[in-house]
Ligand binder design. Structure first.
Ligand code: ADP
Ligand code: MG
Length: 359
C-alpha cells in the first residue's frame, strides 16, 4: 500500500505543483491519477520513487517512509514506465529488459532467460528480442517498456501516460493487455493519464486531479461517472458520462419479451399488425418486417440493429433497442439464437433503477 499524507511539492517559485495530497493507494489494485495537463500527476507519481522530493508531508510504502529508504533501493522495488518507453537505443530489446536484472546482480544467463520470459508475457515473440528499439512500432516499444518494468518482479508499478503516444486502436489493445496481466500479477499500480476513458477502463479507483495539484475526487470509476462531486469533475468527465456509466451496469434486470418471429424465406403475409422478426433456420435474426408489410421474403426485409447478447450490459441493451427499426432490441444467447426482445422504454427504466439502487 502506498500512502500520501499531506504531501506538497513547490518547485523553485510560488505555486504548489501538488497541494496537500492525502490518498491511500490500495495494494494489488490499479489506481489511476487523471486530470488535465499541469495539475501535478507526474510530480505526485515521481515522489513515490524519489525522482522528486516532496517539499512537505510524507509518503509511505507498506508503512515505510520513503524518505528513509535509499533511492536506488526504492526503485528496485518499483517498476517505472513512461510515455516514450525510454529504451536504450543502442541495446537490443532483450538487453534492454535484462539490464535491470543485471543491475540487481542477477547472473547473465538467468537474466536473459527471465527477459525472454517477460517479452512473452507482454505479448512479444522471441524474434523481437534481437531487434533494436527503432525497429519496433510504438506499441511494441511500450510493451518492451512494460516488460522491463516487470522484469525484476517489483510489487509496485508506476506508469506515467504509458499509452498516450500510440494510436487509439493499439492503445485499446495495450489497455486490455494490461488488465489481463494485472489479473495474473496483481501488482500495486499507479497509472497516470489525462484521458478519462482510459481512467475508467483501467482504474479500480480513480483520483481526479484539478489544477493547483489538488485531488477533486477519489473514488471507483463508476461513482465518479455517476456522482461527480463538483462542476470541475462533471466537466472533466463530460456530458456523456451517463451513457459511459452504462458500460458498467449489467443488463440482467431488463425484461426480455417473447419475440414474434417468422422464417425469413417464408412467403406468408405479416398479419400480426406489429413488427415481425425474421430468423433463419437456426433461429438467428436476419431483419425485420414492418407492420402490414407483405413479406415477399427478402424484398420487404428491413436490416436489424445491434444485438443484446445474454450477459451483456445495459449499454448493449440500449444500443440494441435504439438501433432496431422496430424499437425492439433483439436479445440473443451465446450461440446467436433469438431469445426475445427488449423495449427501449424498459431499458431506460432499468437504467434509472440501477442509478437509484447505487445512490
Ligand atoms: P502533470 O503530470 O499533471 O501534467 P506535472 O506534475 O508535470 O503535471 O506538473 C505540475 C506543475 O509543476 C506544472 O505547473 C509544471 O509546470 C510544474 N513543474 C513540473 N516539473 C517541474 C520542474 N522540474 N521544475 C519546475 N516546475 C515544474
Ligand atoms: Mg505528466
Amino acid at each position: 500500500m502506498v500512502e500520501f499524507e499531506n504531501v506538497s511539492k513547490i518547485y523553485q517559485s510560488g505555486q504548489p505543483a501538488v497541494d496537500r495530497l492525502n490518498l491511500s493507494v490500495e495494494a494489488g489494485k490499479i489506481t489511476v491519477f487523471v486530470g488535465p495537463s499541469g495539475c501535478g500527476k507526474t510530480t505526485s507519481l515521481r515522489m513515490v520513487n524519489k525522482m522528486v522530493e516532496p517539499t512537505s508531508g510524507s509518503i509511505t510504502v507498506d508503512g515505510r517512509d520513503v524518505s528513509g529508504i535509499r533511492a536506488h533501493e526504492l526503485r528496485r522495488s518499483m517498476g517505472y514506465v513512461m510515455q516514450q518507453a525510454g529504451l536504450l537505443p543502442h541495446r537490443t530489446v532483450l538487453s534492454n529488459v535484462a539490464t535491470v536484472l543485471r543491475l540487481n546482480k542477477v547472473p547473465r544467463v538467468q537474466a536473459r532467460s527471465r527477459a525472454l520470459e517477460m517479452l512473452e508475457t507482454v505479448g512479444l515473440s522471441a524474434s523481437m528480442a534481437a531487434r533494436y528499439p527503432h525497429q519496433l512500432s510504438g506499441g511494441q516499444q511500450q510493451r518492451v517498456g512494460v516488460a522491463r518494468a516487470l522484469a525484476a518482479d517489483p510489487p509496485v508499478l508506476l506508469m506515467d501516460e504509458p499509452f498516450s503516444a500510440v494510436d487509439p486502436v493499439v492503445r485499446a489493445e495495450l489497455q486490455q493487455e494490461l488488465l489481463r496481466l494485472q489479473r495474473e500479477l496483481a501488482k500495486t499500480i499507479i497509472f497516470v493519464t489525462h484521458d478519462i476513458d482510459e481512467a475508467t477502463i483501467l482504474g479500480d479507483k480513480v483520483a481526479v486531479f484539478a489544477s493547483g495539484g489538488r485531488v477533486a475526487q477519489y473514488a471507483p470509476p463508476e461513482e465518479i461517472l455517476r456522482a461527480p462531486v463538483n462542476d470541475f469533475v462533471a466537466g472533466f468527465v463530460g456530458r456523456d458520462r451517463g451513457f459511459r456509466r452504462l458500460s458498467f451496469a449489467a443488463g440482467g434486470s431488463v425484461p426480455i419479451h417473447p419475440a414474434t418471429t417468422a422464417l425469413w424465406d417464408e412467403d406468408a403475409r405479416n398479419a400480426s399488425g406489429g413488427w415481425v422478426l425474421a430468423v433463419d433456420v437456426e433461429d438467428r435474426p436476419v431483419g425485420w418486417w414492418a407492420p402490414g408489410a407483405g413479406h415477399d421474403a427478402q424484398d420487404a426485409l428491413v436490416p436489424g440493429g445491434s444485438l443484446f447478447q445474454a450477459g451483456g450490459t445495459l449499454r448493449a441493451a440500449l444500443d440494441a433497442a435504439l438501433s432496431s427499426p422496430s424499437g425492439l432490441g433483439v436479445a440473443v444467447d451465446a450461440a446467436g439464437k433469438v431469445t426475445g426482445v427488449v423495449d427501449a422504454g424498459e431499458v431506460l427504466a432499468a437504467i434509472d433503477a440501477a442509478r437509484e439502487s447505487r445512490r
